[in-house]
Design a protein around this ligand. Sequence first.
Ligand code: TXA
Ligand code: MG
Length: 329
Amino acid sequence: MNVGPTTPLLPANEAAVAAAARCLVAGGLVAFPTETVYGLGADATNPAAIARLYAAKGRPAFNPLIAHVGDLVAAMRIARFDAQATALAQVFWPGPLTLVLPRTKDCAVADLATAGLDTIAIRVPADPVARAILRAFGGPVVAPSANLSGHVSPTSAAHVQSDLAGRIDLIIDGGAVEVGVESTIVGCFEAPMLLRAGGLPREEIERVLGRRLVQPPDDTSDNGQPLAPGMLAAHYAPRTPVRLNAGRLEAGEALLAFGSVLVPGADTATMILNLSPQSNLAEAAANLFGYLRLLDTTGARGIAVMPVPQHGLGEAINDRLRRAAMGRE
Ligand code: TXA
Ligand code: MG
């Protein structure tokens, strides 16, 4: 594979989709847009490609990947669906929902991609470019977010370039993503479990299930393994210290605002970015990672973040903000 100091970037069109599919067939690594965040795709059945993918991201291989497929029929070849999982897939796919399910016996996805677990995470993305690439390739594609491990997820092709240029084979530029936070992950266990808050609000899932999603027991299961192994505390972290629920601004801080009424001291901010002046949570989610990246480049002493309501997409936004505030190991 030809990985030079830079990586070719193609605007999303038919030729780019064909090039992406060829690259995946050849064992290459292709970044492409999904409706949540940009993903870094590899052939899910090719262990060598998956090993390169972990290396390119600097991601520990005990952290399993999400398999992306074109539809429910393709998903059923690699995982066993019970009635609840089928109901969720029928209502929310394609879309920002990932289901964790038991692998089928003849599941073609490489063990390396699922970190040896007997479950597999699957999603059917809604973004038309992602769908076209999956159709052209014709098999499952594993795709973590296309950032260096530990950075915030990319919501534009430029973010992918700044993290991974020279480390991967191809970037498909489909413009800014629509949702802006990663998919919601539901573990389809006896009691369905919210493994990661994300782009599909919990309330919508609970309405379809007719029951509450249970919370993972303190991020660890019985055997001490994290249930969603990637959800280690400090994960979505900028380099600049992040201070949550700021009631006023301190000297030298930049402000990540929400709503029309700014906190006292805002006039002294080194820079202000407002997630949503109209207090719209969908708009705030779409802006979140891009604004964190921008504020991280200004040399501010810290990033003060105004409170964001906890309902709907606010649960995912606050989850990512908490992780950003825990800083980097
Ligand atoms: O929106 C998204 O989900 C994006 C786009 C590209 O599809 N992908 C994404 O992938 O966020 P990644 O690798 O950054 O996060 C996947 C998460 C990790 O926390 C991982 O530990 C968890 O899914 N996961 C994967 N397989 C799992 C499994 N079998 N059981 C529990 N958690 C699993
Ligand atoms: Mg990620």
